[in-house]
Design a protein around this ligand. Sequence first.
Ligand code: ATP
Ligand code: MG
Length: 564
Amino acid sequence: MSKSEENGAETSKPENFIETIIKQDLAEGRVSKVVTRFPPEPNGYLHIGHAKSICLNFGLAETFGGECNLRFDDTNPAKEDQEYVDAIKEDVRWLGFQWAGDVRYASSYFDQFYEWALHLIKEGNAYVCDLTAEQASEYRGWATSPGKDSPYRSRTPEENLAQFEKMRAGEFDEGHCVLRAKIDMASSNMNLRDPILYRIRKASHHQTGDKWCIYPAYDFAHGQEDAIEGVSHSVCTLEFADHRPLYEWFLEHLPVPATPRQYEFGRLNINYTVTSKRKLKQLVDDKVVAGWNDPRMPTISGMRRRGYSATAVRNFCQSLAVAKTDGVVDMAQLEFFIREDLNEHAPRAMCVLNPVKLLISNFEQHIDSDVQTLAAPVHPSKEEMGSRSLPFTKELYIDRADFTEDTTLSRKKFKRLVAGEYVRLRSAYVIKADDVIKDADGNIETIVASLVPNTVGDNPPDGIKPRGVIHWVSATHGKQASVRLYERLFVHEAPDRGEEDFMQHINPNSLKVLDNCWVEPGLADAAPEAAFQFEREGYFVADRYDHQPAKPVFNMTIGLRASK
Ligand code: ATP
Ligand code: MG
């Protein structure tokens, strides 16, 4: 039984067009082993769009018993960095995928690419062109009108070999010349109008150091990388559809060891955010966010730090259509999977975000020691998750928003504590608000309350009707914590699809830090990245980097309900 047959949820999903193609290829013997690859350029951190591509490529390999390579498309040293290489590896692993063998680098094939460039030159299929960038673009023509041949197009193979060798030896400055394929300056496909194969770039490369001063263009590298690695199905996003004829041209004109095929699918876009490394980098560089892994970022590391689980991100990606059109997905669809996963797995806990003191005036009368240890379930519907201890003490904190002196509010409208009335403290006693103590400015400092005895886990006597249930934390045994609340990073639904610069749509209130929150004592010992449902507030996660027992720090992951 295949993996997908074991899993009911997956079987019910119709197969996507790439799976259909692969099935046919296998059935008809065109392909004997499915090999895919995920080929990020290490010029930024991975984002949710990449997660879709990762799930698709690794998923196809898994479904068809094949392999998926992780290959860094590192042909542009100017924008790439080892930091990104490391982060990308970590993100792919975190998502739950393991690439076949070692990580691959396009740069480790540079010698081979060079050989193949010589091959094209010798066959009269490539030439060194000395046009300036402006001239070249003029010669290229427009989509509606043909280009014209470069005057250097008629150089002989010998002349081209000599020039190319000089390019390689560093004898020319950057931009002095390029190596181009000799295809067709009148092609209706602009990509075939003698595309650039090699550029001079006098930059140090994160893998090859100073070995090279010429670097292959993406198009001259990608298909050949696939061929070298024996990739059977090279899956990329739609913008490469126009490059496919070129991809095939190189495979046809070079002595490559295999002929992979390229297939394109629609990019993932999500509303209220941007998924482009360049734009995400701008947010980092301009310090709009605290880094690539800021919890507000749609990066994999940002989502991780926000408290999204890898399972939830994968479930979301699997819910997406693999189509031949680009689409925009509603953020609510992602949030659905985040919430579904957390509701199922997150332990419950109490945290008071905006504390006001509540004093139990009759504490000593009913409780023998300074503290009564109460028990509460870790998860309301999962007994196997056990119970947690809650110290109940004379001084507690409740949330300011859970108390009002306005006695005119109906029971339906305000199901919390009202002066002179009753409320249940979650997993503890029913209490009554008897009095308030205010400071000189009239702000409430303390609510004086009395507990109704024998009400832990039991109904109060007739005539006592609590308005609702509120959460609380012991003021003497609880721990002070810092909590970060997040809103969307952009206020605009399509921040980068309008006339204005996307940076103009930044939400100025996307982060709010509350430094005087109070959590159950047990939460101080939470492991970094542990997720919780703070009852009545939402889902939160112990910050991966900043959370410490002595100084707990939690990030809000998401609210309890979709309504917002
Ligand atoms: P960006 O525009 O963010 O820089 P990119 O396509 O240049 O993205 P690469 O590192 O080249 O980034 O992408 C690696 C792989 O991820 C490619 O196969 C690419 O098609 C895929 N990918 C990138 N963005 C998306 C997206 N939004 N949805 C689906 N796949 C994507
Ligand atoms: Mg790219």
